[in-house]
Design a protein around this ligand. Structure first.
Ligand SMILES: Nc1ncnc2c1ncn2[C@@H]1O[C@H](COP(=O)(O)OP(=O)(O)OP(=O)(O)O)[C@@H](O)[C@H]1O
Length: 269
């Protein structure tokens, strides 16, 4: 078992019902504990990929395996279990505004509860302890009793990260988790996400627009253009030429928080 990748995506393709091919022959592995960023221009297929992996949408062809098990053809009960094993972090946080930060994080424990407890919203001491521990990992303990709709954007995303961690997932998928935040905040939230994932050994895939952020935090970068992987390797080996291909017809410098006019000007397509 030790040599089996945590996630294996093999020749995955996705054709939407209108005939549009959003992913074509996508293959890559994710090892246990890896933190990988997926970059690509808008419409490249990044969200489609994450949604295929967690079963939110069906795949057209190809295989996705988690710990060696094909997860593209599960029955409903198996799908529910899979959802518990995969945490999903959205750009717009998806918190319940009228609940406190702690109550939002506790919803990450629902997959571990029987139907009656879940229905009654009865979270035992173990669940509460786990939720508080997760809030602590993202430095949000002092906001545990605040209503979610009173939190700032960065705080909301930290709570959403804590909620995903409370699931005790094997895999975390984050779709543009810092796109709504200003640059300073986005680095500190990405730092918290990476630290928590590394401390807990949770493999993580992050869709992200900003190249500098991706390079700074990723163990590995996957570059996607028009539904195909153009790069899968170390951040330091991602050349300007490849970036230009990945962001073809879009200036990659515009995706960076630095060098907007100068250093990367030659990359303009
Ligand atoms: N339900 C759908 N039906 C048809 N086409 C779709 C559907 N959902 C997405 N697409 C198309 O598939 C392509 C990939 O979309 P996707 O959202 O995966 O891209 P993305 O890289 O995540 O972009 P962004 O960063 O803007 O979210 C786009 O051209 C999009 O218009």
């Amino acid at each position: 078992m030790s040599n089996v990748a945590l996630l294996e995506v093999n020749s995955l393709s996705k054709v939407y019902p209108n005939g549009y091919e959003a992913l074509a022959d996508v293959s890559f592995n994710l090892q246990a504990g890896e933190f990988v960023c997926i970059i690509g221009r808008s419409g490249a297929g990044k969200s489609t990929l994450l949604r295929c992996i967690n079963g939110l949408i069906s795949t057209t062809t190809g295989i996705v395996r988690m710990q060696g098990r094909d997860i593209t053809s599960l029955n409903d009960e198996q799908k529910l279990l899979l959802r518990r094993q995969i945490g999903f972090i959205f750009q717009e946080f998806n918190l319940v505004g009228r609940l406190t930060a702690l109550q939002n994080v506790l919803t990450g424990r629902l997959g571990y509860m029987n139907n009656l407890s879940a229905l009654l919203g009865y979270f035992n001491a173990n669940h509460r302890e786990k939720a508080l521990e997760c809030l602590g990992r993202v430095h949000m303990l002092q906001r545990a009793t605040y209503r979610a709709d009173n939190l700032s954007g960065g705080e909301k995303q930290r709570v959403a990260i804590a909620r995903s961690l409370a699931q005790e997932p094997l895999l975390l998928l984050a779709d543009e988790p810092v796109a709504s935040l200003d640059p300073e905040l986005s680095w500190s939230v990405m730092g918290d996400l990476r630290n928590a994932a590394k401390e807990l050994g949770v493999s993580t895939l992050v869709n992200i627009h900003d190249i500098e952020t991706a390079k700074h935090f990723a163990d590995r970068i996957i570059g996607i253009a028009q539904g195909r992987i153009l790069y899968d390797g170390l951040p330091g080996e991602l050349s300007d030429g490849l970036l230009q291909e990945i962001y073809r017809s879009e200036n990659p410098a515009a995706r960076s928080r630095y060098d907007e006019n100068s250093q990367n000007a030659e990359l303009e397509a």
